[in-house]
Design a protein around this ligand. Structure first.
Ligand SMILES: NC(=O)c1ccc[n+]([C@@H]2O[C@H](COP(=O)([O-])OP(=O)(O)OC[C@H]3O[C@@H](n4cnc5c(N)ncnc54)[C@H](OP(=O)(O)O)[C@@H]3O)[C@@H](O)[C@H]2O)c1
Length: 290
């Protein structure tokens, strides 16, 4: 499976709180520039589910003729609806959630379905067999896992291989600030076993751009404050970011381009999965693959 080196994520900026026209402009620009892979999850929004509804609207007014040129992923694993069957990794949750996702996105199938996180309470075989059966049902073409620890990843790889549904890809956070998947051996395991690796939050939610070099802009993710907290921008980190920015400038790149290129050079990386709140940001980020 060939993925573009840069993929587009719908975690922020594509919910019902965001202007639909802007979502459409960004995704059209992306597709026109070779970004064939859109990454969603059941709970992206806000509100939960609404990023998938945006995808459904986009299918209807833009992308339906291009369905076979697009690679659309979704996930389940975090809290989606109340009670024990709307969270984690049970067969009951994964199956019901994917059905809901397909309805919201106006799709018959997704290209890739992920277990969004490792569940320490559900037997691994149950989660993995649900992934196998989802493929057998034709509701997803491929499966992946996200944020699973190494030992569980090895089990997933073996189980899925034995059931003729290979583990296509691992989604983890790798960027110049957070190198955990490298340090934990996940990336080497993926590279050694032919499993793809896609890096989420490659710009550390905007920290690895010029966004916060001179304060916190009013409309930025940090100003909105839920997932990117002001407390993360310590003096020490800001000094590092300024240093990287100087290195980027010396190479006539933006910091964003520099940070994305760094990821793409790491062993085993298939694609960087960026977010964007404007077409201009995406345009800048695409320089990393030019
Ligand atoms: N598997 C998981 O558990 C998981 C977790 C998180 C994310 N993800 C996936 O990864 C995707 C990307 O995550 P992310 O949104 O955190 O990625 P990111 O690329 O690290 O951050 C995107 C944000 O950075 C800012 N930005 C991007 N390009 C910029 C530029 N050129 N100049 C200045 N600012 C720029 C924008 O923030 P402003 O809003 O401030 O403009 C944008 O919304 C998500 O959409 C999702 O699909 C998966």
């Amino acid at each position: 499976m060939l993925l573009p080196r840069l993929s587009l994520g719908f975690w922020h900026n594509f919910g019902s709180v965001d202007p639909y026209e802007r979502s459409r402009e960004i995704t059209r620009y992306a597709f026109d520039h070779g970004v064939t892979h859109f990454d969603l999850a059941n709970n992206y929004g806000p509100v939960y589910g609404s990023a998938e509804e945006t995808m459904g609207r986009l299918m209807d007014d833009t992308f339906r003729p291009y369905r076979d040129e697009l690679f659309i992923a979704t996930k389940a694993g975090y809290d989606m609806w109340p009670g024990p069957y709307g969270n984690w990794g049970s067969r009951k949750y994964l199956m019901a959630s994917l059905d809901q996702s397909l309805r919201r996105m106006h799709l018959d199938y997704v290209d890739l379905f992920y277990s969004h996180r490792y569940d320490p309470n559900t037997p691994l075989e149950e989660t993995l067999q649900a992934l196998v059966d989802i493929v057998r049902q034709g509701k997803a073409l491929y499966v992946g896992i996200s944020r699973w620890p190494l030992e569980a990843t090895k089990c997933a790889f073996e189980y899925l291989k034995q059931h003729d549904v290979p583990l296509l890809i691992y989604q983890g956070r790798l960027n110049m600030i957070d190198r955990a998947p490298q340090e934990e051996g996940i990336m080497d395991f993926c590279a050694d076993n032919g499993v793809g690796f896609i890096s989420f939050s490659p710009l550390a939610q905007g920290l690895l751009t010029d966004r916060y070099l001179n304060g916190i802009p009013k409309e930025s993710r940090m100003a909105k404050g839920k997932f990117l907290k002001e407390s993360m921008l310590t003096d020490e980190l800001l000094a590092k970011i300024r240093q990287w920015n100087a290195e980027a400038q010396a190479k006539e790149m933006t910091l964003a381009e520099y940070a994305l290129r760094w990821i793409l050079e790491q062993r085993g990386v298939t694609s960087v999965l960026v977010g964007a709140s404007s077409t201009a940001q995406l345009e800048k980020n695409l320089h990393c693959v030019l």
